[in-house]
Each structure stands twice: as structure tokens, then as C-alpha cells.
Ligand binder design. Structure first.
Ligand code: FAD
Ligand code: SIN
Length: 533
């Protein structure tokens, strides 16, 4: 058994920020399932929304967030996160993060930070590092982690399940005691024990066939918390990013909303701009509206994609502002300075998640959740672009403050070693691969941008059958990373469908043709699901 003071599951912006904050107070383990930089954070393009200019204000950022959230945001949480943003950004810069700058002095001997614009924002307020903001965040945070004493990073270690006192049969307050972790290189399952455990495992894009997310995004944190009995909320609000590159050889490459922020325009294959018919903000309308408009245009014309055109800007500007998008598209034979970009919507972000307060606390003592895995009430029914990196930064600091502000007397509870099946059957690998594909297709076809009760019910019954099969593999066979992740995407898919069926209205990202309007009874209601038994 490995014993630490703080156990952190995940090495994206949430996990690394928390690690740096708690490291002065004890021994820290960061468990991460691939290499340390591999995370949704690493692929973030647009940037971090924060009020840093004189033309902007907290009130405007709060108002834009509430409008995008379609009535379901917690205003107090929104206010806290927006108002604490600038201080956290200053700390990130202090750590070594390099944001893009404008060629204008800031009055303190430095240069002004360049501010991008994205859908739903009434002002330019997105701090960015060209179009590779996430890569630069990971670099800066990982550099700082490598310099910090007390932090040990366990790469290729996949957390399987949380260990709680209640699950072990102890009565009284339910404490999280750590997690069982699968070492992908040795195949062993180890026990990591700690009085404080942070879920920072990110989102669940891989539940869908088409996604902007990398392979790590299998909803493990939501599934683990759900199995441990923690409430999970608002999982019907899956954000589909309107513009993922459409190319047979491109796997999940995002074309940042910042391209539209700099004047990029959506068009049909015939070159007709169509967003005027959907929203006064046209191509810069909130994401739910743009994604649904594209879906509708594709269904109307039978086309398998639409176009995003930025060719009216100079080649010099495009290459300088979007070097990664330009180079990546060029590798696929597309010169975006000369021709429009083929794009389609794809699953991008989970607005719901493990229920926490703004300090990351969950219902289980010692268990915290921060970042995309958590549902704090910031995003409501639709996240405002670039608010997620902000939420992770602010809430990681608050969670660290809360966790280190308490004393954690030793519980001295005996933790049994992990038990699993021992059969090894190579034939079963085909079944695992097939189940992966079936879940992702089912979610794409029946639980996508536009839903109906019938499609949701169909998904529910298919997923129930798949769950029975997966359950059998899980208990009989030696665990593999594929099987563990399959179990998680199946659980998260079921939770999404459950939440979607529970909400008898269309709000934000959840659009159901059987209930096309808002239902005032659901205006302030989260759809909460908790494992029974
Ligand atoms: P992540 O950064 O996803 O980190 C999760 C970590 O947990 C990873 O290290 C992963 O390996 C690990 N992990 C997962 N499961 C396990 C397990 N079982 N055991 C061990 N480790 C595990 N948001 C913005 O605000 N601005 C943007 O510009 C922006 N652009 C984006 C572009 C793309 C292409 C994508 C995919 C997302 C973008 N987002 C953006 C969303 C944003 O990047 C994420 O919401 C945010 O980075 C999440 O941070 P996180 O720390 O919560 O999770
Ligand atoms: C983007 O760059 O379009 C992604 C921004 C986000 O998801 O917040």
C-alpha cells in the first residue's frame, strides 16, 4: 500500500494546480493514466476567459455566463469564479505561463496581453497563447511540479475505484480513504491511501463516436464517484463544439471558436452564410445554437459537413494567430488562407458532473472534485466558451485552501487488497472492442444534438444490455485498461441518458423534440442521479 497526504487523480490544469497549492503541506501523489501532459487541457486552443481589460467588467462576464447557461447557473458560484479569475491568472503568469501579447505597453514596463473573442462573449476577454493555450499551460504547470518538493507523479497508472469507509462496511461518517489504481505497465492493482483525494479526471467526450477530446476522456471520475454513491448532476448537458475538422484522416482536431472570433464565417457547401437566420450574433452565437444550426443545415441539404471561411483575412494574420490550426490543416492538404475549412460538430465538454460546491467538496468527507469532472453550478445548461480552464484554476485553489485548512486525523481503518477475476481469454478482447464501438455509436445516434423520447428510450435499453455483458467480463477476467474504461463509458452513457429522460423540456444544450420549449418548473432544477444501494 502506498500512503500519501494528498492523492490526486489526473494531471490536467485542475490536478496540477491543486498539487502545487497543497505540496507545501504534505506528500502528494499525482496518478495519471497516460503520460503526464496528456489531458484535455493539453489540447485547449481558444484560451482562458477572465476580466483583465478596462473596457470589460465582472458584471459583463457574469451576465454573459448566465445568458449562455440558460437559467441554470448558480449566480453566487459564477460571481466567485469570475471575480477570483484575474488573481489566479496573475499566479499562472508568475509560474511561467506565457500568454500572447499585443505590441502595446501596459503602463508597467510590459506589454498588454492580447485578448481573443469567442461565442457568447460581449467583450474581448480570452487570454491565449496563440492557438495552443493548453499546451503552454501544461508546460508551465509541469515545469513547476518538477521543481516542487513532495510531489510524485505516477504515469500510466489508471485509477479504478475510490475506496470509502462505507463500502468497506464501517458505519458513521463516510470517508474517502484513497483509490485502487491499475499500473498499466505491470498489470498490478495497487492501493493508494490518503485522507484527501482529488478527482481531477476531466470529461467524457469518448462516450460519443465523434469528439474533439483525446482518448483519456472516458468519464472515469464521474463513473468512480457514481459507483461510490456520490450524486452526479446535469449530465444531459453535453456540449457539442460546432467546428471539428471534417477530414477522413483527422482524428478529433478542433478548429477553435477563436477563428470565428476573428471573423471566420460559417457557410453551406454552396457558399451561403446561414447563421443570420438563427441568431443576431450569427457565427458567434452561443455554442448550443451554432451546433444545432449546423446540424439542421446538414440535415436539410444532406451534406456531411459545412464550411468555415476565414480567407478574407490576410495569410500573414492567419498564420501568426493560428499557427497550429494552419499547420495541421496544411498536413491534411488544406490551406486555410486560401480555401474554407470543412467542419462538423462533435462532442466537446460535459457541463454536468460530480456534485461539488465551489470549493470542490463532495458529499464524501475527504473527497474533492475540480475541473471538468465537477458540477459546481458555473455552467448551467451550456458552458460559455473558455470558462472551463478558468473554473479549474479558481476551484483548484479554493479546494486546496479548504483541504489544507482542516486537520485529518488518521482513521486507522484496514483497507483490503484489490480482488478481481483471473480468467484470461484473448477472444474476449474482440467483444470489448465491439462494446466500445456500440456504446459510442448508440450515444451519437440517439443521444446527440437533437433528441426525442423514443431515441432516448432506445439508447436506455441498448445500454442496459451492454451493461450486463460488461459486468460479466469485469468480474470474470483479468482487468485491462480497455475493459476498465469500457465499464466507465457504459456507466457515464447510462447516467447521461437517465438525466436526459428526467428533464421534460428543452434548455441550453439539451434539446428534445418532444418537449421543444422551456418548462418553468425545471428553471432552477438540476437533474441529479445517485446510485441506489
Ligand atoms: P483534463 O485536462 O482532461 O485532465 C484529466 C486528467 O485526468 C488527465 O491527466 C487524464 O489522463 C487523467 N485521468 C482521467 N481518468 C483517469 C483515471 N482513471 N486514472 C488516472 N488518471 C486519469 N476550455 C477552455 O476553457 N478554453 C479552451 O480554449 C478550451 N479548448 C479546448 C479544446 C479542446 C480540443 C478540448 C478537448 C477541450 C477544450 N476546452 C477548453 C475544455 C478544457 O480543455 C477542459 O475542460 C479542461 O482542460 C479540463 O481540465 P481538467 O484538469 O479538469 O481535466
Ligand atoms: C475553442 O478554442 O473553440 C475551445 C474553447 C472552449 O471549449 O472553451
Amino acid at each position: 500500500m502506498k500512503q500519501f497526504d494528498f492523492l490526486i487523480l489526473g494531471s490536467g490544469i485542475a490536478g496540477l494546480t491543486f498539487a502545487l497549492k497543497v505540496a507545501p503541506r504534505g506528500r502528494v501523489a499525482i496518478v495519471t493514466k497516460k503520460n503526464r501532459a496528456e489531458s484535455n487541457t493539453n489540447y485547449a486552443q481558444g484560451g482562458i476567459a477572465a476580466v483583465t481589460s478596462k473596457e470589460d467588467s465582472f458584471e459583463l462576464h457574469v451576465a454573459d455566463t448566465l445568458t449562455a447557461g440558460a437559467g441554470l447557473c448558480r449566480e453566487a458560484v459564477v460571481r466567485t469564479i469570475v471575480e477570483e479569475g484575474p488573481a489566479r491568472i496573475a499566479e499562472l503568469i508568475e509560474l511561467g505561463m506565457k500568454f500572447s501579447e499585443r505590441n502595446e505597453p501596459n503602463g508597467n514596463g510590459g506589454k498588454q496581453l492580447d485578448l481573443g473573442r469567442e461565442g457568447g462573449h460581449s467583450k474581448r476577454r480570452i487570454l491565449h497563447a496563440k492557438d495552443v493555450t493548453g499546451r503552454e499551460i501544461e508546460r508551465a504547470l509541469l515545469d513547476a511540479v518538477s521543481r516542487a518538493p513532495n510531489i510524485q507523479v505516477f504515469e500510466n497508472h489508471l485509477a479504478i475505484d475510490l475506496i470509502t469507509s462505507q463500502k468497506l462496511g464501517y458505519v458513521g461518517e463516510n470517508h474517502c480513504l484513497g483509490a485502487y489504481v491499475f499500473d498499466k505497465q505491470t498489470g498490478a492493482v495497487e492501493t493508494f491511501a490518503a485522507p484527501v483525494t482529488l478527482l481531477a479526471t476531466g470529461g467524457c467526450g469518448k462516450v460519443y463516436l465523434y469528439t474533439t477530446n483525446p482518448d483519456i476522456a472516458t468519464g472515469d471520475g464521474v463513473a468512480m464517484a457514481y459507483r461510490a454513491g456520490v450524486p452526479v448532476a446535469n449530465m444531459e448537458f453535453i456540449q457539442f463544439h460546432p467546428t471539428c475538422l471534417y477530414h477522413p484522416a483527422a482524428k478529433s482536431f478542433l478548429i477553435s471558436e477563436a477563428v470565428r472570433g476573428e471573423g471566420g464565417v460559417l457557410m453551406t457547401l454552396d457558399g451561403v452564410e446561414f447563421m443570420d437566420g438563427y441568431h443576431p450574433l450569427k457565427s458567434l452565437a452561443p455554442r448550443d445554437i451554432v451546433a444545432r444550426a449546423i446540424d439542421s443545415e446538414m440535415k436539410k441539404s444532406g451534406a456531411d459537413h459545412v464550411l468555415l471561411d476565414i480567407t478574407h483575412k490576410s495569410a500573414r494574420f492567419i498564420i501568426e494567430r493560428f499557427p497550429n490550426i494552419y499547420q495541421t490543416c496544411l498536413r491534411f492538404g488544406l490551406d486555410i488562407t486560401k480555401a474554407p475549412i470543412p467542419v462538423v460538430p462533435a462532442a466537446h465538454y460535459q457541463c454536468g458532473g460530480v456534485v461539488t460546491d465551489v470549493d470542490g467538496e463532495t458529499e464524501i468527507t475527504g473527497l474533492y472534485g475540480v475541473g471538468e469532472v465537477a458540477c459546481t453550478g458555473l455552467h448551467g445548461a451550456n458552458r460559455l466558451a473558455s470558462n472551463s480552464l478558468l473554473e479549474a484554476l479558481v476551484c483548484a485553489e479554493r479546494a486546496a485552501r479548504r483541504a489544507t485548512g482542516k486537520s485529518w486525523p488518521p482513521l486507522d481503518l484496514e483497507i483490503p487488497a484489490w480482488q478481481s477475476g483471473n480468467a484470461n481469454n484473448a477472444d474476449e478482447l474482440v467483444v470489448v472492442a465491439h462494446n466500445w464501438d456500440e456504446i459510442r455509436r448508440c450515444m451519437w445516434d440517439y443521444v446527440g444534438i437533437v433528441r426525442t423520447n423514443k431515441r432516448l428510450q432506445r439508447a436506455q435499453s441498448r445500454l442496459a444490455n451492454l451493461q450486463a455483458e460488461i459486468h460479466e467480463h469485469y468480474w470474470n477476467f483479468i482487468v485491462t485498461a480497455d475493459l476498465l474504461e469500457l465499464r466507465n463509458i457504459a456507466t457515464v452513457a447510462e447516467v447521461i441518458v437517465h438525466c436526459a429522460l428526467a428533464r421534460p423540456e428543452s434548455r441550453g444544450l439539451h434539446y428534445n423534440l418532444d418537449y421543444p420549449n422551456l418548462n418553468s418548473e425545471w428553471a432552477q432544477r438540476d437533474s441529479v442521479v445517485r446510485k441506489s444501494g
